[in-house]
Write a protein that binds this ligand. Structure first.
Ligand SMILES: O=C(O)CCC(=O)C(=O)O
Ligand SMILES: [Fe+2]
Length: 329
């Protein structure tokens, strides 16, 4: 057994999803164990039709293959919705490394699909705007939204299990995830067979949401940093999902489940694609450590945080086009 197999466990969630007696409790205990260690796990037995991630990877290949002018016509605006060209994201919030060079990837962000006349759009609610669909790719929208819906449903089914892993009753966090913040990010990484110092496909970072789901990419490149500072590759088992914990789970857990830094280096001789699905609380949720994680030995470590405020801060810091100063690199 390689080290990664022990540190990034493969968990069959089939029995828990089927409601087998004791299965959810058992899964929650395993999730708690890995969350307190690497915070990465691999999900098998999830019941997602493999055609859905496959369709989404195809959609990603199609959108990035469009000519630059068509991609730039879909460029992100005030929020991260649409196309983000290479060079636009510098991870300034990394605590792991001082990152100065922009990531070598281009991205396409999809959020919950609001029609232009949706009340939330008309009211200009923060972080709400219509998706930017490529006009020349009729199948793209359907493939992306089918994948989005399946992943949101899976995330909602796992929320009670993660809540139990925190030591709380399964429904305790449901009120913070009534209209959860979900983002599907399609990513294409340029090849870097011979990477220069400090230049990454995706620089070391932690995710800022609650939990992230990564359908297995066809090519390797994702690396996860253990507490000892070693970089591991998650088990690349086709058909599974790599799941990682993110900053809000860390806050709910009062620091017990710290989000784990990870990075991407595409040392293959071909483009690498990824389709992370980010699951986060409602914009108006106030994130506080849960009572089971606050003890005399571990008093409250985090102030209450309105999720929308957190997102606003990040939006300003990590993206070049929203900086008063041009990005470094
Ligand atoms: O490309 C990957 O495998 C990981 C992407 C990632 O870490 C992210 O989008 O936050
Ligand atoms: Fe990430």
């Amino acid at each position: 057994m390689s080290l990664a197999d022990g540190r990034i466990p493969v968990l069959d969630i089939g029995p828990a999803l089927a409601g087998a007696p004791g299965a959810a409790e058992d899964l929650a205990a395993r999730i708690a164990r890995t969350c307190a260690d690497t915070g990465f796990l691999v999900l098998a037995g999830h019941g997602i039709d493999p055609a859905l991630p496959a369709g989404c990877f195809d959609a990603a290949a199609q959108v990035f293959a469009l000519p630059d002018d068509e991609k730039l016509a879909l460029k992100v605006g005030e929020y991260n919705i649409g196309y983000l060209p290479t060079g636009a994201q510098v991870i300034r919030t990394s605590k792991v490394a001082e990152v100065k060079k922009p990531n070598l990837n281009e991205s396409f962000y999809i959020i919950r699909d609001y029609p232009p006349d949706h009340p939330a759009v008309l009211e200009k609610r923060p972080f709400v705007a219509p998706n930017r669909w490529p006009p020349g790719l009729p199948a793209f929208r359907a493939a992306a939204l089918a994948y989005f819906a399946a992943m949101e449903a899976l995330a909602q089914r796992l929320l009670p299990v993660f809540t139990m892993a925190l030591g709380m009753p399964p429904g305790y966090l449901a009120g913070d995830f009534r209209d959860p913040t979900c983002t599907l990010r399609l990513i294409r990484y340029q090849p870097q067979p011979d990477p220069e110092e400090g230049r990454f496909g995706f620089a070391p970072h932690i995710d800022t949401n609650f939990i992230t789901f990564l359908a297995q990419s066809a090519l390797p490149g994702l690396e996860v940093r253990t507490a000892e500072g070693e970089w591991l590759r998650p088990p690349a088992i086709p058909g599974t999902f790599v799941v990682n914990t993110a900053e809000m789970l860390g806050r709910y857990s009062n620091g017990r489940f710290t989000p784990t830094p990870h990075r991407v280096l595409n040392q293959n001789n071909a483009m690498r694609y990824a389709i992370p699905f980010f699951f986060g609380p409602d914009n108006d949720a106030v994130i506080r450590p849960v009572p089971s994680c606050v003890t005399a030995d571990n008093p409250v470590r985090f102030e209450p945080l309105l999720y929308e405020d957190h997102r606003r801060q990040l939006n300003l810091r990590n993206f070049a086009h929203r900086q008063a100063q041009p990005a470094v690199g």
